[in-house]
Write a protein that binds this ligand. Structure first.
Ligand code: SF4
Length: 194
Protein backbone atom coordinates (compact mmCIF):
# COMPACT_ATOMS: atom_id res chain seq x y z
CA UNK A 1 0.00 0.00 0.00
CA UNK A 2 1.57 3.30 -1.08
CA UNK A 3 -0.97 5.57 0.64
CA UNK A 4 1.82 7.63 2.26
CA UNK A 5 3.27 8.53 -1.12
CA UNK A 6 -0.15 9.23 -2.66
CA UNK A 7 -1.05 11.46 0.29
CA UNK A 8 2.29 13.26 -0.02
CA UNK A 9 1.63 14.11 -3.69
CA UNK A 10 -2.00 15.12 -3.15
CA UNK A 11 -0.97 17.34 -0.24
CA UNK A 12 1.83 18.99 -2.25
CA UNK A 13 -0.49 19.61 -5.21
CA UNK A 14 -3.18 20.97 -2.87
CA UNK A 15 -0.66 23.34 -1.26
CA UNK A 16 0.55 24.61 -4.64
CA UNK A 17 -3.02 25.21 -5.85
CA UNK A 18 -4.00 26.98 -2.63
CA UNK A 19 -0.91 29.21 -2.87
CA UNK A 20 -1.85 30.00 -6.48
CA UNK A 21 -5.42 30.86 -5.37
CA UNK A 22 -4.08 33.19 -2.66
CA UNK A 23 -2.07 35.05 -5.30
CA UNK A 24 -4.92 35.15 -7.84
CA UNK A 25 -5.67 38.73 -8.83
CA UNK A 26 -9.43 39.08 -8.83
CA UNK A 27 -11.54 42.21 -8.87
CA UNK A 28 -12.46 42.66 -6.07
CA UNK A 29 -9.75 40.71 -4.17
CA UNK A 30 -11.06 37.37 -2.81
CA UNK A 31 -10.09 34.86 -0.14
CA UNK A 32 -9.45 31.30 -1.50
CA UNK A 33 -12.64 30.05 0.22
CA UNK A 34 -14.70 32.75 -1.47
CA UNK A 35 -13.24 31.77 -4.84
CA UNK A 36 -14.05 28.09 -4.11
CA UNK A 37 -17.68 29.02 -3.42
CA UNK A 38 -17.90 31.01 -6.65
CA UNK A 39 -16.39 28.07 -8.51
CA UNK A 40 -18.94 25.64 -7.07
CA UNK A 41 -21.79 28.00 -8.03
CA UNK A 42 -20.40 28.16 -11.58
CA UNK A 43 -20.70 24.33 -11.80
CA UNK A 44 -23.91 23.39 -10.01
CA UNK A 45 -27.47 22.95 -11.26
CA UNK A 46 -30.76 24.44 -10.04
CA UNK A 47 -31.22 21.73 -7.35
CA UNK A 48 -27.79 22.36 -5.90
CA UNK A 49 -27.45 26.15 -5.72
CA UNK A 50 -28.45 26.43 -2.06
CA UNK A 51 -26.23 27.20 0.97
CA UNK A 52 -26.56 23.64 2.35
CA UNK A 53 -25.15 22.21 -0.89
CA UNK A 54 -22.22 24.65 -0.81
CA UNK A 55 -21.51 23.51 2.77
CA UNK A 56 -21.59 19.81 1.82
CA UNK A 57 -19.63 20.11 -1.41
CA UNK A 58 -16.79 22.12 0.11
CA UNK A 59 -16.84 20.39 3.51
CA UNK A 60 -17.09 23.76 5.29
CA UNK A 61 -19.05 24.78 8.37
CA UNK A 62 -22.44 26.47 8.01
CA UNK A 63 -21.02 29.56 9.74
CA UNK A 64 -18.11 29.92 7.29
CA UNK A 65 -20.43 29.49 4.30
CA UNK A 66 -23.01 31.93 5.63
CA UNK A 67 -20.33 34.57 6.37
CA UNK A 68 -18.63 34.06 2.97
CA UNK A 69 -21.96 34.29 1.11
CA UNK A 70 -22.73 37.61 2.82
CA UNK A 71 -19.33 38.98 1.77
CA UNK A 72 -19.79 37.74 -1.81
CA UNK A 73 -23.25 39.30 -1.99
CA UNK A 74 -21.96 42.64 -0.64
CA UNK A 75 -19.18 42.59 -3.25
CA UNK A 76 -21.79 42.09 -5.99
CA UNK A 77 -20.47 38.64 -7.00
CA UNK A 78 -23.56 36.56 -6.17
CA UNK A 79 -27.32 37.06 -5.95
CA UNK A 80 -29.73 35.40 -3.53
CA UNK A 81 -33.28 34.60 -4.63
CA UNK A 82 -36.02 32.83 -2.64
CA UNK A 83 -37.46 29.64 -4.15
CA UNK A 84 -40.79 30.24 -5.91
CA UNK A 85 -42.49 27.30 -4.06
CA UNK A 86 -40.81 27.56 -0.67
CA UNK A 87 -39.60 31.05 0.22
CA UNK A 88 -37.51 29.70 3.11
CA UNK A 89 -35.17 28.12 0.51
CA UNK A 90 -32.64 30.54 -0.95
CA UNK A 91 -31.07 29.97 -4.37
CA UNK A 92 -27.65 31.44 -5.13
CA UNK A 93 -26.38 32.52 -8.52
CA UNK A 94 -23.32 34.24 -9.90
CA UNK A 95 -23.57 37.78 -11.18
CA UNK A 96 -21.67 38.70 -14.33
CA UNK A 97 -18.89 40.01 -12.08
CA UNK A 98 -18.82 36.72 -10.14
CA UNK A 99 -18.63 34.64 -13.31
CA UNK A 100 -15.84 36.81 -14.62
CA UNK A 101 -13.87 36.32 -11.35
CA UNK A 102 -14.11 32.52 -11.83
CA UNK A 103 -13.38 32.53 -15.56
CA UNK A 104 -10.24 34.66 -15.20
CA UNK A 105 -8.69 32.64 -12.36
CA UNK A 106 -9.81 28.99 -12.59
CA UNK A 107 -8.52 26.42 -13.33
CA UNK A 108 -5.25 27.92 -11.98
CA UNK A 109 -2.63 28.69 -14.60
CA UNK A 110 -0.10 26.55 -12.73
CA UNK A 111 -2.32 23.46 -13.09
CA UNK A 112 -2.87 24.12 -16.81
CA UNK A 113 0.89 24.48 -17.33
CA UNK A 114 1.59 21.25 -15.45
CA UNK A 115 -1.03 19.28 -17.39
CA UNK A 116 0.25 20.64 -20.70
CA UNK A 117 3.56 18.89 -19.95
CA UNK A 118 1.85 15.51 -19.69
CA UNK A 119 0.71 13.25 -22.56
CA UNK A 120 -2.99 12.69 -23.34
CA UNK A 121 -2.68 9.15 -22.01
CA UNK A 122 -1.16 10.36 -18.74
CA UNK A 123 -3.89 12.98 -18.27
CA UNK A 124 -6.64 10.40 -18.98
CA UNK A 125 -5.05 7.98 -16.52
CA UNK A 126 -4.76 10.70 -13.88
CA UNK A 127 -8.41 11.75 -14.37
CA UNK A 128 -9.64 8.19 -14.11
CA UNK A 129 -7.54 7.51 -10.99
CA UNK A 130 -8.71 10.70 -9.27
CA UNK A 131 -12.36 9.92 -10.09
CA UNK A 132 -12.04 6.43 -8.61
CA UNK A 133 -10.32 7.72 -5.48
CA UNK A 134 -12.93 10.43 -4.92
CA UNK A 135 -15.81 7.98 -5.40
CA UNK A 136 -14.25 5.44 -3.01
CA UNK A 137 -13.61 8.09 -0.32
CA UNK A 138 -17.16 9.47 -0.62
CA UNK A 139 -18.61 5.95 -0.42
CA UNK A 140 -16.64 5.12 2.68
CA UNK A 141 -18.06 8.19 4.48
CA UNK A 142 -21.55 7.97 2.97
CA UNK A 143 -21.13 11.41 1.36
CA UNK A 144 -23.09 12.66 -1.62
CA UNK A 145 -21.15 12.17 -4.88
CA UNK A 146 -22.16 15.53 -6.46
CA UNK A 147 -21.92 14.06 -9.96
CA UNK A 148 -23.32 15.02 -13.36
CA UNK A 149 -26.36 13.53 -15.13
CA UNK A 150 -24.35 11.30 -17.50
CA UNK A 151 -23.47 8.87 -14.70
CA UNK A 152 -26.71 9.27 -12.72
CA UNK A 153 -29.24 6.53 -11.99
CA UNK A 154 -32.07 9.07 -12.45
CA UNK A 155 -31.18 9.98 -16.05
CA UNK A 156 -33.68 8.60 -18.55
CA UNK A 157 -33.03 9.07 -22.27
CA UNK A 158 -35.64 8.31 -24.93
CA UNK A 159 -35.16 9.32 -28.57
CA UNK A 160 -32.42 11.79 -27.60
CA UNK A 161 -34.68 13.51 -25.03
CA UNK A 162 -33.17 13.53 -21.54
CA UNK A 163 -35.36 13.52 -18.46
CA UNK A 164 -34.57 13.41 -14.74
CA UNK A 165 -36.79 10.72 -13.21
CA UNK A 166 -36.28 12.21 -9.74
CA UNK A 167 -37.71 15.63 -10.62
CA UNK A 168 -39.61 14.59 -13.78
CA UNK A 169 -38.08 17.58 -15.55
CA UNK A 170 -36.48 17.60 -18.99
CA UNK A 171 -32.72 18.20 -19.04
CA UNK A 172 -31.05 20.54 -21.51
CA UNK A 173 -27.59 19.77 -22.85
CA UNK A 174 -26.22 22.47 -20.53
CA UNK A 175 -27.93 20.95 -17.47
CA UNK A 176 -26.47 17.52 -18.31
CA UNK A 177 -23.01 18.94 -17.62
CA UNK A 178 -23.85 20.57 -14.28
CA UNK A 179 -22.95 19.21 -10.86
CA UNK A 180 -26.00 17.90 -8.98
CA UNK A 181 -26.50 17.34 -5.25
CA UNK A 182 -29.13 14.68 -5.97
CA UNK A 183 -26.85 12.62 -8.24
CA UNK A 184 -26.96 8.89 -7.56
CA UNK A 185 -24.74 6.23 -9.09
CA UNK A 186 -26.30 3.08 -10.55
CA UNK A 187 -26.94 0.62 -7.71
CA UNK A 188 -24.07 -1.87 -7.60
CA UNK A 189 -25.59 -5.26 -8.45
CA UNK A 190 -22.27 -7.00 -9.08
CA UNK A 191 -22.38 -8.91 -5.79
CA UNK A 192 -26.07 -9.83 -5.95
CA UNK A 193 -27.09 -13.42 -6.64
CA UNK A 194 -29.02 -13.71 -9.93
S1 SF4 B 1 -30.51 13.01 -13.54
FE1 SF4 B 1 -29.43 12.85 -11.57
S2 SF4 B 1 -27.75 14.32 -11.74
FE2 SF4 B 1 -29.26 14.85 -13.32
S3 SF4 B 1 -30.65 16.35 -12.38
FE3 SF4 B 1 -31.56 14.32 -12.05
S4 SF4 B 1 -30.80 13.68 -10.04
FE4 SF4 B 1 -29.51 15.35 -10.73
Amino acid sequence: MNSNNIYKYLERIGNLLRAEARQAKTTPPLQPVQLEILHYLSLCNQHSDIPAAVTEYLGLTKGTVSQSLSVLEKKGLIEKKPDTDDRRVIHLSLTEKGRSAVDTTLPPELLKQGLARMSHAQRDQLLSGLESLLKAMQNSRGLRPFGVCGSCYHLHTVEEENVCTLTNLPLSSQELEQVCREHKFEPDTSDQVA
